[in-house]
Design a protein around this ligand. Structure first.
Ligand SMILES: NC(=O)c1ccc[n+]([C@@H]2O[C@H](COP(=O)([O-])OP(=O)(O)OC[C@H]3O[C@@H](n4cnc5c(N)ncnc54)[C@H](O)[C@@H]3O)[C@@H](O)[C@H]2O)c1
Length: 456
């Protein structure tokens, strides 16, 4: 990765490995790093539980949220698990938490629109930050975060967990090994099924000003993968798309109306907490008012001259993705079926955790297939380790994020030869495609990424 500068020519730190921390002299063990989590909804559980599972190196010291019921849900779980109880803070007391508790690391798992302010505030108080994707939702947020990193000594990690999924890493390895030569084009189609896809139209994600739309909120995962697979930098974006399925009244079946009360955790996190802030987790995805797209096509030009053609459909009957990478020596193809079909009427069905796994559809078997074919050669299937995508990726991400400062001899991760650890520049490049794409959707023009105001 090259070093980045702000448009004013101000140097921006490049992502580096986490710093070493002091050690506990008596035990010769590294000291535990103290974590605060900001935004304690569903995603925060991954970190709260992960910190508990890595409690030899990590300690949860504070939780921050706008909603007291959700804060107490997590504390009750921690108490039931016999774990220490963190201090609780209202969102408006974030700075007081940073002053009084002084965590080493702040994990930002609040809604996307809040990321830039939370990251900047935490860095300004000297904490390291781990922020969930997307890094931010617009050009202003990109500038705010790049500027905050420049002014701070704190380190920023962007939680691009898809890089940690072994099948995605295997494609990175194929490209890095030069098997297909120099990359000249990538074709990438991502399908969200009507269980998972609908979920983005049930809550804050349905508003572009809250999530940046699926081109930022969801596709930042995918654009990050392409940037990482190819080692290239996006330069121009042309996008077309719209709301073609959700967001307008239609005779939708009961399968689109999840019963949150059927799931103890969803009920406690959302139904029981709604009286405080009116946050509805189970809105009708067909209710009018959605300002995001459910059908998107994008053409991205890269610095090397390579191109990406990308498509996202959020109302597919099956879930998964297809990637083809064309190079000067051959072609690599990764095909993944995460869920071959969805089943109507599953209680609490909200997303990918619901069902449809196993080998229930012989004509569309679940799993991943990576095939490499060099010019004039036969296709070769690359063996892939067992990988259920999200869960496998999250476990590896957590290990890297929480133990990244430890040497392998002390239980830390091995070196990172594939460069999976993502920092500021990676996070900026991942959201830049979606942010420029949103401008292209609005103007009908090709949008140079340089016009966003933060050089990549
Ligand atoms: N990497 C992944 O695969 C993945 C998966 C799910 C979510 N995420 C990301 O995690 C983040 C959270 O997603 P979620 O599904 O848990 O959302 P959520 O709505 O369930 O939780 C967000 C929490 O933030 C709180 N909140 C709202 N405004 C706040 C503020 N100003 N300050 C502090 N807290 C505030 C809400 O009350 C809520 O508890 C999002 O950025 C999302 O993109 C990433």
């Amino acid at each position: 990765m090259t070093s980045a500068t702000l448009d004013a020519g101000t140097p921006v730190a490049t992502p580096t490995a986490p710093v070493a921390v002091g050690s506990d002299a008596a035990s010769q063990r590294p000291a535990r790093r103290r974590y605060a989590v900001v935004g304690t909804g569903q995603r925060a559980r991954t970190y709260i539980d992960g910190i508990g599972e890595h409690d030899d190196v990590a300690e949860l010291v504070a939780l921050v949220d706008t909603n007291g019921t959700r804060l107490r849900y997590h504390v009750d779980r921690l108490r039931d698990a016999g774990r220490g109880e963190p201090a609780l803070f209202a969102a408006e007391d974030l700075e007081r938490m940073l002053d009084d508790v002084a965590p080493d690391v702040v994990v930002v798992t609040s809604p996307d629109r809040t990321h830039a302010a939370h990251v900047a505030t935490a860095l300004a108080h000297g904490a390291d930050v781990v922020v969930e994707k997307p890094l931010t939702i617009d050009a202003g947020g990109m500038y705010t975060i790049a500027d905050a990193v420049r002014r701070s000594e704190g380190r920023l990690t962007v939680a691009h967990n898809y890089r940690y999924s072994p099948r995605n890493a295997a494609l990175r390895q194929v490209v890095a090994d030069g098997r297909i030569g120099d990359v000249v084009s990538v074709h990438f189609e991502w399908l969200l099924d009507t269980a998972h896809g609908a979920d983005y139209f049930r809550r804050w994600h349905r508003e572009k000003k809250a999530s940046g739309g699926l081109l930022v909120h969801k596709a930042s995962h995918h654009f990050d993968l392409v940037n990482w697979w190819t080692g290239d930098v996006p330069e121009s974006v042309f996008a077309r798309g719209g709301l073609r399925f959700y967001g307008r009244p239609q005779a939708a079946g009961a399968q689109y109306a999840p019963d949150l009360s059927a799931d103890d955790d969803l009920r406690a996190l959302y139904l029981d907490a709604a009286h405080e802030d009116g946050y509805r987790r189970d809105q009708d995805p067909f209710a009018p008012g959605a300002t995001i797209e459910d059908t998107l096509s994008v053409l991205v030009g890269y610095r090397s001259g390579a191109t990406l053609t990308y498509a996202l459909t959020a109302h597919s009957p099956w879930e998964g993705y297809r990637v083809a990478v064309n190079g000067t020596r051959g072609r690599a193809e990764l095909e993944v079926v995460e869920r071959c079909h969805t089943t109507p009427g599953l209680p609490g069905q909200l997303g990918t955790a619901a069902d449809g796994g196993g080998d229930c559809c012989p004509s569309r078997p679940r799993g991943a297939r990576l095939v490499v074919q060099e010019h004039w050669g036969r296709p070769e299937e690359i063996p892939l380790p067992v990988d259920d995508g999200h869960r496998t990726g999250d476990a590896a991400l957590l290990r890297d994020v929480l133990r990244g400062h430890l040497p392998a001899s002390d239980g830390g991760p091995d070196d990172d030869p594939l460069g999976r650890r993502a920092g500021l520049v990676d996070g900026l490049r991942a959201v830049a495609v979606g942010v420029a794409g949103n401008r292209s959707l609005a103007t009908g023009q090709v949008v140079p990424v340089s016009t966003l105001g933060t050089r990549l």
